[in-house]
Design a binder for this molecule. Sequence first.
Ligand SMILES: [Zn+2]
Length: 364
Amino acid sequence: MRNLTIRTMLLFLLLVFFQSGASAQEPPVKNIIFMIGDGMGLTQTYSAMLRAERPLAFERAQYIGLSKTYSANNRVTDSAASGTAMATGHKTYNGAIGVDTDKKPVENIAERARKKGLATGIVVTKDITDATPAAFMSHQPSRKMAEEIASDIASSGVDLFIGGGRNRFEQRKDGIDLTDRLRKQGYEIAYTLDEVKNVNSGKLAGLLAPGHMKKMTEGRGDYLPEATAQALSILKNNSPKGFFLMVEGSQIDSGGHANDAEVVISETLDFDKAIAVAFDFADRNPGTLVVVTADHETGGLTIPSNKSDFTLGESGIQHLFSTKGHTGVMVPVYAYGAGARNFSTIMENTDLPKKMAALLGLPQ
Ligand SMILES: [Zn+2]
C-alpha cells in the first residue's frame, strides 16, 4: 500500500515535470502584429524615452535587431520602396507601391496570409492611401496614384482598415463612391472612433478624416492605441486561424520633415502606447508575435553635447536635425512574443516579411 502511494507520487511528479517542460516550449506563431514607425530611427525612440517619466513599452522588447533600409535605386529610401520591401520581400525603386523594379505586381504578406485563411488589417494615423499602408493593400507604379490606390484597397479583401483618407473614397475625380462598393462587400463604414469601437467582428472601413488625421500636437488623443485594441479584437473574432495586422505610427516622419522635435516625440510616445496594447495582447494570446520597426529614419536627428543637460533635465536636451529629408542609417527592430528571437540580427528590410511568412507557415 505504502509502495503504491510512493509509486503514484513519483508518477505524478514525472507528469508535472513533463507538462511544465511542454508548456515552456514556445507555441507556433499564429498572429502577427507588425508595427512601423514611419521615420522612427534610434534617436526618435530614445528622445521619447528621455521625455517619458516611466519605462516605455519599447523597453519591454525581448529581442532587438537592425534593418538596412536602402531601396533598389537609392541609398536613401522613401516610404513606398521601404513599405514594399517590408510587405513583399522585394527591394524596389523609390515611389513604387507593391511592384518590383519592372513595375510588376508582387504579392504582399497580407495577401499571402488571407490565402491561408488568416484575417488581415491595417491601422494608421495618416491617409490610408499613403505609401506605407498602400504597400500592404495595393499595386501601383507610383505612390502619387492615390485614387487608384484607394480602388485597390476597396477590392483588396482586407478585413479592416482604419485611418484618414475619406476623400479618396468619396470625393473622386471618376465620380465613383468606393464606400458603396465596400458596403456591397459587407464592410461597415465608420467615420469616427466611436463608430469603430461599435464594430466587434466582420469587415470594417474606418475613414476618420478627409485626408491625413490630426497630429498629436493638434489633439488626436488616444486614437491609435484604441483603434489598435479594437482591430485586434475584431481580427481575433474574424478568424480562428489567426491574423496579420499592420499598425503604422505614420506622423513621426512628418515631425522629422518639419524638423519639429515636439511632433517627433509626441508621435513616438503615441506609437509607444499602441506598442503597449500589442505587447499586452501578446501576453494574453500565446502564439502572437509583435515586430516593431521603421521604414527609414527622417531628419537625421541627433542629441549633441549640451552643458546644461543634467541641471536642466529633459528641457536641457538639444534635438538637432541634419536634414529635412530621410536618411540612410539602419533602423532598430524590436521583437516580442512567439518567434521573437528570429529578429535579433542585422537584416535587410526585405528579410522582415520573409521571416514573418516563414513563422506563419505561409506557402511561397
Ligand atoms: Zn517621409
